[in-house]
Design a protein around this ligand. Structure first.
Ligand code: ZN
Length: 441
């Protein structure tokens, strides 16, 4: 399989972290009509203004944007089955919709089918790397990692830990969970582009003994990630304060068990206070902001500016199925609207950075993903700027680069993805799909 290719288009990435509100940020690197060279090793070999010599296979995309693949830092593979499920807030939503869907992942064949569907959905949305919750079942982790390996994707995930406050069919116990984690870490952590994340679902569904076990795993194996949820919903926060009365706050529970660190990714973080934000920053932990999910479940409005001002990193998660789309542009558009509700404005640059270079750096993977730097893996997406005559008209009257890119981002989704490459190999090309029949309606 040859990967050598010269791609021409309008290259867009970041050399630094833009301010949230600076539309003329010098951190933006826009190189229109440039050639991006992909080497046979699947890495970016260079970027240049001149066409390469005739030995290079070429693909030209005049007027199209070429970006690093998006990085989704919080999403659930099994929850494609509950996308757009009506009528509940977090705790009811888990009981009524999510736990039944997750129970089906015990079956290896089902888990393989859903994992493939899920990753192909990410690729079709222009997302090439992700930090993923599969389910409590070991089979769901193997299925996810097998599917990622087959696609060459950078993927971080791990068995969900839940030994209380969950239905019988989804509960593990400390000893079995530890055995499963140790086995999965040995098999997968550091294999190809896969890394393991110790994954307590959230504080209410793990006993103190299980959280302590999770912390011990983190201490025992350098390079492991940790992912969980924190302070998503006010009922949830109240519940945690009852379950852990000795903790200063919800976030402090994770600190107590050794789960906060520079490789910790905590979804939501809506109901945190200033001490919590300082704690995040002191430990180098990251908040995965999930605006689509927060709006859909009515969880609340995340304070991006305060989190950033405290020195904590903020990345983006679609949080499907609480979130309603695997599309990062749709998620970023929601992030803009969440900040607008607090009378703040966030630029396209800050939004795109959080889903590319910013996420890569938060995951300590800046050398591999998130930019168009030579040496990085060629995880590359070609985007149409418009998917309809109305959008094309809007682009034609854009006042400047930020106006054009912001309008594209706000209106964009899977329809705008022309081609998605992972380590130089095309894994998605826009085309037709056929819907599965539904016998019920
Ligand atoms: Zn989630």
């Amino acid at each position: 399989m040859t990967r050598r290719l010269a791609l021409q288009g309008d290259l867009l990435d970041f050399t630094d972290t833009p301010a949230l509100d600076d539309a003329t940020s010098p951190a933006v690197r826009y190189r229109p009509g440039h050639w991006l060279l992909i080497g046979d090793d699947g890495r970016i070999a260079g970027v240049q203004t001149e066409a390469p010599d005739a030995s290079w296979p070429r693909e030209q995309h005049p007027g199209r944007l070429i970006l690093p693949g998006f990085i989704d830092t919080h999403v659930h593979s099994a929850q494609v089955d509950v996308l757009g499920a009506y009528g509940t807030a977090l705790l009811d939503w888990l009981e009524r919709h999510t736990f039944p869907a997750e129970s089906r992942m015990a079956d290896a064949a089902h888990a393989a089918h859903i994992s493939a569907l899920f990753l192909d959905g990410l690729l079709a949305a222009g997302t090439t790397a992700a930090m993923v919750f599969p389910t409590v079942h070991k089979a769901s982790v193997d299925a996810l990692f097998n599917a990622a390996e087959a696609r060459g994707m950078r993927l971080i995930g791990g068995k969900v830990l839940m030994d209380r406050h969950a239905p019988d069919f989804l509960r593990d116990d400390v000893a079995q969970a530890e055995r499963d984690c140790v086995d999965l870490i040995a098999r997968w952590h550091g294999r190809d582009r896969i890394a393991y994340a110790v994954t307590p679902r959230f504080a209410p569904t793990s006993t103190e003994a299980q959280l302590a076990m999770a912390g011990a795993l983190m201490a025992a194996t350098p390079g492991l990630y940790m992912q969980t949820h924190v302070a998503e919903n006010t009922d949830e926060v109240r519940w945690v304060s009852q379950l852990f009365p000795q903790a200063r706050s919800y976030l402090d529970v994770y600190r107590h068990y050794g789960l906060l660190g520079p490789r910790a990714m905590l979804a939501h973080g809506i109901w945190l206070d200033a001490d919590d934000r300082a704690l995040l920053a002191a430990h180098g932990a990251t908040i995965a902001h999930c605006p689509s999910s927060n709006l859909f479940l009515g969880s609340g409005l995340f304070d991006w500016a305060a989190t950033r001002a405290a020195g904590a990193a903020v990345t983006m998660g679609t949080d499907v199925g609480g979130g309603t789309s695997l599309s990062m542009p749709r998620t970023l558009a929601d992030a803009y609207k969440v900040q607008a509700m607090a009378n703040r404005r966030v630029t396209a640059w800050a939004l795109l950075h959080a889903a590319t270079r910013g996420a890569a750096e938060a995951l300590h993977l800046g050398h591999e993903i998130g930019s168009l730097e030579p040496g990085a893996h060629a995880d590359i997406v070609v985007w149409d700027r418009a998917a309809s005559p109305v959008e094309a008209r809007r682009q034609s009257v854009a006042r400047d680069l930020h106006d054009a890119v912001f309008a594209w981002l706000t209106l964009g989704d899977e329809r705008h993805v022309v081609s998605t490459r992972v380590a130089g190999v095309e894994r998605h090309r826009r085309g037709a799909f056929s819907a599965e029949p539904n016998d019920l309606c």
